[in-house]
Design a protein around this ligand. Structure first.
Ligand code: ADP
Ligand code: G6P
Length: 483
């Protein structure tokens, strides 16, 4: 049996060059953090973009870059600035991302973006062909590479190819608006197995296949020429042990080993023991509902003024896709909202919102998760939302309240959380109040169910289930060919 080749636009690390030295930082986002755990424990090769354009890569450092990546089991696909513009900032993040997250009005249908998306997908497919053997198993990830399965299939008809979509697949009524809808479906159907986070996304996809391509679909099998493509849902888990162990380690740290952030959080607890910390962590993305959350927080404080000086909202927003105009506008909107709300409601002793716009190291995420009484995550649409799962995994004493949008894929598996509709301010204000007063016994009872489920269905189990289903397809295919 051959090896597994993982392909995604983002590699688990992002390279930067400063003063002729290469540095690598971990990539942010569910795909990278989840797959990193799967990749590190296996013999797989991970192919993707390094984060540097050709123009940013000095030719004399090419070999060093390849070596640095090879040490991590990775290989890069070279992309120039124009390709990144049309493929990544363009079709991936100005066309597909908004459309698949139901932001129809943000989605731009530009022929140039589409052309570059096609040619860059071909580059990824060529890199796979070059770096893999016929008996290797190919696992393609996410919306940036939806044409790759078919492109690989054309050159390697018998190779086993899996595809996993990390974002929602929208309903047929939304998807049908895409001018290149057929090409995208045909690209995906080059796979043997197509996976989604939830049963709903799977159904939406099958409905589009049936209605747009007129193909036969039986249960979750699609019939195309002489092939049967299996479609299924695999809700992605987290590296539960990594988060739990990090939280245990964090709890055992002596005071002098504590980070500056942790000391600030500790001081907060000591000086205002009755005040509760409410945490939200997201990439700065309109799909995450950050601006609405800020408005809902203001509404909550106006509806229940008794909570003034009793709660503090920590917003950690990680910079993301800052060349895309919608993200620039959102950044401005959030800066203004935080300024206005803090300006209007702060008192001498209290600032309602602490706002961080940066990427923090893993240890700081753990500081935040473990110090916060409530996690409040309000995406308007989210394929999964791993932050919700990570928060629960770090709660070593099983206290803490998770308030989670029902529009997140993770809500399907996290029924014991307080589920809310992010557009309903009334409901959110009442839920924040409920969270504030929730008895400790109830918190422990809810979280123990959640933790058991997350521990059992962790990211390794998720990857194994996907790979087992893919291998099963390969074995059936081989038996069929040899008949
Ligand atoms: P998305 O994939 O849309 O960004 P998820 O919630 O599924 O949303 O995944 C976000 C991932 O990024 C989580 O695994 C989280 O730990 C990680 N992450 C979020 N913020 C930071 C940060 N500031 N620094 C490092 N990693 C982060
Ligand atoms: C989501 C997507 C990933 C993407 C990540 C970060 O999780 O599903 O494919 O890598 O966001 O976004 P970025 O544009 O920085 O890669």
């Amino acid at each position: 049996m051959g090896k597994t080749i993982i392909i995604s636009n983002r590699l688990p690390v992002q390279l930067q060059i400063s003063n002729g030295t290469i540095t690598a930082t971990p990539s942010v986002g569910g795909l990278a953090t989840g797959m990193k755990s799967v990749h590190s424990g296996s013999e797989s090769l991970w192919i993707g973009w390094s984060g540097l354009t050709d123009e940013e890569t000095p030719p004399e450092l090419e070999d060093d870059i390849d070596k640095a990546l090879a040490e991590q089991g990775c290989a890069k696909v070279n992309l120039n600035a124009q390709e990144i513009d049309g493929f990544y900032f363009g079709f991936s993040n100005r066309t597909v991302w908004p459309l698949f997250h139901y932001f129809l009005e943000y989605s731009e249908f530009e022929l140039d973006f589409w052309e570059t998306y096609k040619s860059v997908n071909q580059k990824f497919a060529d890199a796979i062909i070059e770096q893999s053997d016929e008996d290797d198993t190919i696992w393609v990830h996410d919306y940036q590479l939806m044409l790759v399965p078919q492109m690989v299939r054309e050159k390697r008809p018998n190779t086993t190819i899996g595809f996993f979509l990390h974002i929602p697949f929208p309903s047929y009524e939304i998807f049908r608006t895409l001018p290149w809808r057929k090409e995208v479906l045909e690209g995906l159907l080059g796979s043997d197995l197509i996976g989604f986070h939830t049963y709903d996304y799977e159904r939406h996809f099958l409905s589009s296949v049936r209605r747009l391509l007129g193909l036969d679909v039986s249960f979750n099998d699609v019939y195309l020429d002489n092939r049967v493509i299996k479609v299924d849902s695999f809700p992605m888990g987290i590296d539960y042990k990594k988060f739990k162990d990090a939280a245990i380690m964090h709890d055992s740290k002596k005071s002098k080993e504590r980070s500056d952030l942790q000391m600030r959080l500790d001081n907060h607890k000591a000086s205002a023991p009755d005040t509760k910390l409410i945490l939200s962590i997201d990439r700065l993305d309109y799909s995450k509902g950050i601006a609405k959350r800020l408005n809902a927080f203001e509404y909550f404080l106006k509806k229940y003024p008794e909570f003034k000086e009793k709660v503090r909202l920590i917003i950690l927003a990680v910079p993301s896709r800052s060349n895309v105009p919608q993200y620039q506008l959102l950044k401005k909107e959030i800066d203004e909202l935080v300024g206005r709300i803090n300006g209007e409601l702060s008192t001498v002793n209290w600032t309602p919102i602490w706002y961080f716009y940066r990427s923090l190291p893993f240890e700081s995420l753990i500081d935040l998760y473990t110090s916060s009484d409530i996690a409040w995550l309000t995406p308007l649409r989210d394929g999964m939302n791993l932050v919700a799962k990570e928060y629960i995994a770090t709660r070593t004493d099983q206290t803490g309240v998770l308030i989670l949008s029902e529009m997140a894929g993770s809500a399907y598996e996290m029924n014991e959380a307080l589920l809310i509709n992010p557009n309903n301010f009334e409901e959110q204000a009442d839920t924040l109040k409920q969270a504030f007063y929730m008895p400790v016994e109830e918190q422990i009872s809810r979280n123990s169910f959640l933790q058991k489920r997350l521990e059992r269905y962790n990211v390794e189990v998720w990857a194994n289930e996907f790979m087992n289903a893919l291998n099963e397809k390969r074995d059936i295919g081989k038996a069929f060919i040899s008949e």
